[in-house]
Design a protein around this ligand. Structure first.
Ligand SMILES: *[C@@H]1O[C@H](CO)[C@@H](O)[C@H](O)[C@H]1NC(C)=O
Ligand SMILES: *[C@@H]1O[C@H](CO)[C@@H](O)[C@H](O)[C@H]1NC(C)=O
Ligand SMILES: *[C@@H]1O[C@H](CO)[C@@H](O)[C@H](O)[C@H]1NC(C)=O
Length: 527
């Protein structure tokens, strides 16, 4: 063997050793080199991730491991290489759950999927990476979930910080329909959760559900993907395969593509995985939703859920599992039509859907009936801070028809906080007759619902709506059942000239911000 050959062989070996894709193991851990800059380690006794090195820097936090929930406990953990992919299977001993970690050559990404056959104690299911705040100080939505230097003041999860700023991990959430990639970041890298394609098909509560994405503490930067929780949940759990989803490492500030291809899971013997050829779809026309609103189509049954946004009056669903589904059409988030559809594997079904929303000419209308409180006062802030935050505008308010804007009417009312709201309007003599008063709400807490009064007339108490047993508004949630209330107001309530509607709250509950409350979508006095 000549000298030259020897040198070349040595170089090849060196390169191979420093960056070879694959799985190695000791009696206590599996180590995966992605050959894409990321090397991670998995504890063989419980499936915890104990090391996440990207470009030589350790990102795994120093206290607790990264895992499903807060760790699965004793598990059977196996590792193998299939079709050129590394697959680690974690079968929990005491939970109806199997979790998968998958690595693909040259990608600094941990692909995952979580198979469940029952609800997971303690009533939620999440991927939780406990990363280092020192390396990744910026959370999802900046400091919305940054609790450093802050003190808990509501529950254990809502904090008061310097200068009246409030913080809560719930304030980092985004609507599932929009939340395909979310990241925490630092000066050398970003780490992102990616939920591509139909990753949410076995989660619950539809396209507008929002859940925790990150929490920044002094030691750990927590990065989450919530598959199920009790945070303003409106549907029971679904079982089967959650995902596939991924945790991807990228250059600082970069976002991985939301169109991550996970089709290769089909060749990896993943329990519950349904490949494209076992699925079908539905497409058609939507109509009746005015252009300024998003048109959203949603399908759900007890096994799966899907959604899509229509574009220019047409939609195409994602690839769905076969079955019969309820189908809903939303104007933004306001339900405007229902139907059902049956999906058959290998076929595209046709189905058109039209808004059934009646047109209601109004003497006045405040806000849009769109299922969101964004156009009302503080509606632009409520997702990211507590109602007591110093950055919030005042609560309550006086709205004068003709001179006020929607931003003068509060997006929420409480029974023991924040005052009432009034609407002052002028009627001609001809308009002094019976009218319908309609108030749309998006979420209620502790049975809160509107009380209404015009002149000497007091509207009947509509009764408490169906309870969602979860703090909502104070944790940035606005989406619940979307109850709409109407009253037939007699002519005797009105007079020619100036009239005043006073809107308050029926319901009780604790003091202050946790008293009965509801979130306002829009209100109108129909002609
Ligand atoms: C792996 O898990 C076992 C059981 O919980 C624990 O005793 C051990 O310290 C863990 N190893 C590492 C490296 O974290
Ligand atoms: C929208 O749909 C109309 C009618 O089907 C069509 O004429 C038009 O070109 C479409 N516009 C876009 C931007 O696709
Ligand atoms: C949707 O269906 C429910 C239950 O059948 C019904 O109460 C509701 O009025 C329907 N809504 C629309 C907008 O069609």
């Amino acid at each position: 063997m000549g000298l030259l050959t020897l040198v070349v062989t040595a170089l090849a070996l060196t390169r191979g050793a420093s960056a070879a894709f694959g799985l190695t193991s000791t009696s206590t851990r599996f180590k995966v080199d992605t050959d894409g800059g990321l090397v991670f380690e998995v504890n063989r006794s419980n499936g915890d991730i104990t090391s996440l090195k990207y470009n030589g820097i350790e990102y795994q936090g120093t206290g607790k491991a990264s895992a499903i929930n807060s760790g699965l406990g004793t598990s059977t953990v196996t590792g193998e290489t299939i079709n050129g992919y590394v697959k680690i299977t974690v079968k929990a001993s005491s939970l109806p759950l199997t979790h998968y970690f998958v690595a693909k050559p040259k990608e600094p990404t941990i692909y995952m999927a979580t198979y469940i056959t029952g609800e997971i104690d303690p009533g939620e299911l999440r991927w939780l990476a406990r990363l280092r705040t020192s390396e990744l100080p910026t959370g999802v939505h900046g400091d919305a979930g940054d609790t450093r230097g802050c003190e808990a003041f509501e529950g254990k999860d809502t904090f008061k910080c310097a200068n009246g700023r409030t913080s809560c991990k719930m304030y980092t959430s985004d609507r599932f329909i929009d939340d395909k990639v979310h990241c925490v970041s630092g000066s050398k890298a970003s780490v992102c959760m990616v939920m591509p394609g139909v990753a949410y098909e076995s989660s619950a509560s539809g396209p507008f559900m929002r859940d925790i994405n990150s929490q920044t503490g002094s030691s750990d930067q927590e990065l989450y993907w919530y598959m199920n929780s009790g945070h303003v949940r409106t549907e029971p759990w679904r079982f089967g395969l959650q995902g596939p989803y991924a945790m991807a490492f990228t250059a600082a500030g970069a976002k991985p593509s939301e169109n991550l291809d996970t089709g290769f899971f089909g060749g990896l013997s993943i329990q519950g995985y349904v490949a494209s050829n076992g699925r079908g779809s539905v497409s058609g026309a939507t109509s009746g939703v005015p252009e300024q609103f998003e048109t959203v189509v949603h399908w759900h049954n007890t096994a799966a859920q899907y959604w899509t946004k229509a574009n220019n009056g047409t939609y195409k669903s994602p690839l769905m599992k076969p079955g019969t589904y309820s189908m809903k059409l939303y104007k933004q988030e306001f339900l405007v039509a229902n139907d059902t559809v049956t999906i058959t594997a290998g076929q595209t079904t046709s189905k058109d859907i039209a808004s059934k929303e009646p047109s209601t000419p109004a003497i006045w209308r405040i806000g849009n009936f769109d299922g969101q409180p964004r156009d009302l006062k503080n509606g632009d802030k409520i997702e990211r801070m507590h109602p007591s935050d110093s950055r919030m505008g005042t609560w309550g308010g006086s709205f004068t028809v003709g001179t006020s804007s929607a931003k003068d009417f509060p997006m929420a009312l409480w029974s023991k906080e924040g005052g009432t709201a009034t609407v002052t309007f002028t009627l001609t003599q001809a308009q002094v007759k019976a009218h319908v008063l309609r108030i749309g709400t998006t979420l209620s807490f502790k049975g809160g619902r509107p009380s209404v009064k015009i002149g000497s007339w007091t509207g009947a108490d509509p009764g408490a709506p169906k309870l969602i047993d979860s703090r909502g508004l104070t944790r940035g949630a606005y989406r619940g059942w979307g109850d709409v209330y109407t009253w037939n107001v007699p002519a005797s309530a009105f007079k020619a000239g100036s009239n005043t509607l006073t809107v308050g709250v029926y319901g009780s509950g604790d003091a202050s911000w946790l008293s009965a409350n509801y979130i306002v979508d829009a209100l109108e006095l129909q002609d």
